[in-house]
Structure formats: C-alpha cells, structure tokens
Design a protein around this ligand. Structure first.
Ligand SMILES: CC(C)(COP(=O)(O)OP(=O)(O)OC[C@H]1O[C@@H](n2cnc3c(N)ncnc32)[C@H](O)[C@@H]1OP(=O)(O)O)[C@@H](O)C(=O)NCCC(=O)NCCS
Length: 197
C-alpha cells in the first residue's frame, strides 16, 4: 500500500537520472489531500523522512492523531504537469487538540526538493490559514531546533524548549495576524515553478 512508486520516480529510474534535476514541473499546488494517492504518497514521504532519514520513529510514524482525531487534516505539496497534480513532494498535518487550539506536525519536504520552491513555507502557510478558517484562535507546533530560524521568518515565536523523540525542539506559536483565513483548502495555493504564489 505504501510502496506505490511516484510517476516521476518511475521516469527517473527508467532514464537513470536524478528526479529533481531533470524533472521540471510547471507549477506546484499546496492543498488539503483530496485523493487516496496523495495520502499514500504523503505517508510514504513521512516514513522516509521521520523514520529512515531522521530515525525519530521505528518503522512508521502514523499515530493516533492520524487515526482517531476527527479534526486531523493532511496537507500536501504536489508538483503539477499540464495543470494536473502529479506527485507529492511535501506534507504536513494539522489537528485541533482543544477548542480553538490547533497544532501542526510532521512537516516534511522530499529531500531533493528542499530549498527549491518554498514548499515548506507554503505548507506552513496553508496549515495555519486553513485552521484559521475553521476557528483557530491559537496555532502551535513543536519545531526541531534546526528549523527555528525558518519558522521565525514565518512570524512564529518560541514559547519553550524541550527534548522530544531524542531531539531538541522548540514549542512555537504562529502570529495569526500574518495568516489570512483560507476557506478553500482543497484548492489551496498554486506556486509557480520559481516558488511565487
Ligand atoms: C524543514 C523543511 C520542511 C523546510 O522545507 P523547504 O521546502 O526546504 O523550505 P522552504 O524552501 O520553504 O524554505 C524557505 C526558506 O528558508 C530556508 N530554510 C529552509 N530550511 C531552513 C532551516 N532549517 N533553517 C534556516 N533556513 C531554512 C530556505 O533556504 C529558504 O530560504 P530562501 O527563502 O532564502 O530561499 C525541510 O527542510 C524538511 O523536510 N526537513 C526534514 C524534516 C524536518 O525537519 N521537518 C520539520 C520538523 S519541525
């Protein structure tokens, strides 16, 4: 179920070159996952990043927030070819823990697509903006310490610091004044090939 190969990686493997270097999507879309293949690829990506690359979880990071919290939404950044979503390159999830209090977690961008198109930043933006449209009064995340500068630039403040899953994390809060509610999260945002929304 989770070994589904992406269309682009099939092309890359067959032609024997690196995906990010040779594969040139015309645009990207950041949206709530709307198809089973998006969920499957996002789950694959999370396992690749949080289990294999970072070793934070053993085997699978899918947990009760994914399985039992009715408010949980999975967001994806997808490449688009001919205007159609083609492949998941990034993901994050959001959930409401208490009325009005939302959390973001499991932010990941595929390794060969980091620093390319501001995919991580756009995922954070849609996470907070779509939660705001659902009544979010406070948006929080445990952010790995190496990513604190990125979140600061996105108007987040550090509230606390702690160790989680064997890594240093900061509890951070988004300044909601910088995040307009997004009421159409399945459409989300379109980013041009250079990353401009
Ligand atoms: C964190 C992560 C999601 C960022 O994704 P990304 O798509 O590379 O981020 P963006 O392209 O939106 O970054 C925007 C800017 O911040 C910079 N940036 C990215 N990561 C950064 C970091 N850790 N510290 C400082 N700046 C960073 C980028 O270079 C870019 O700079 P620019 O605007 O000058 O070009 C990605 O690095 C990742 O998946 N890391 C592994 C998993 C992880 O750490 N998850 C987060 C858990 S809190």
């Amino acid at each position: 179920m989770f070994a589904e190969p992406s269309r682009a990686s099939v092309h890359s493997n067959a032609l024997g070159f690196d995906g990010a270097a040779a594969y040139a999507p015309q645009s990207f879309r950041v949206q709530w996952a709307s198809d089973p293949w998006m969920v499957a690829q996002a789950r694959c990506l999370r396992r690749e990043v949080f289990c294999v690359e970072q070793g934070l979880f053993n085997g699978d990071d899918w947990d009760e927030v994914d399985q039992t919290n009715a408010s949980t939404r999975l967001l994806v950044a997808v490449s688009c070819m001919a205007g159609q979503p083609d492949e998941v390159l990034g993901t994050v999830r959001i959930h409401e823990a208490l009325p009005g209090t939302w959390w973001g977690s499991r932010l990941a961008v595929r390794r060969d697509w980091r620093h390319h198109g501001k995919l991580g930043s756009a995922l954070v933006r849609l996470a907070v903006c779509s939660a705001r449209a659902m009544g979010c009064q406070e948006f929080l995340a445990h952010v790995q310490s190496q990513n604190v500068p990125l979140f600061r630039r996105l108007h987040w403040a550090v509230l606390d610091e702690m160790d989680r899953h064997g890594r240093r994390h900061a509890l951070m809060q988004a300044d909601l004044a910088h995040y307009e509610p997004c009421a159409n999260p399945y459409a989300g945002y379109v980013l041009g090939a250079r990353g401009a929304v």
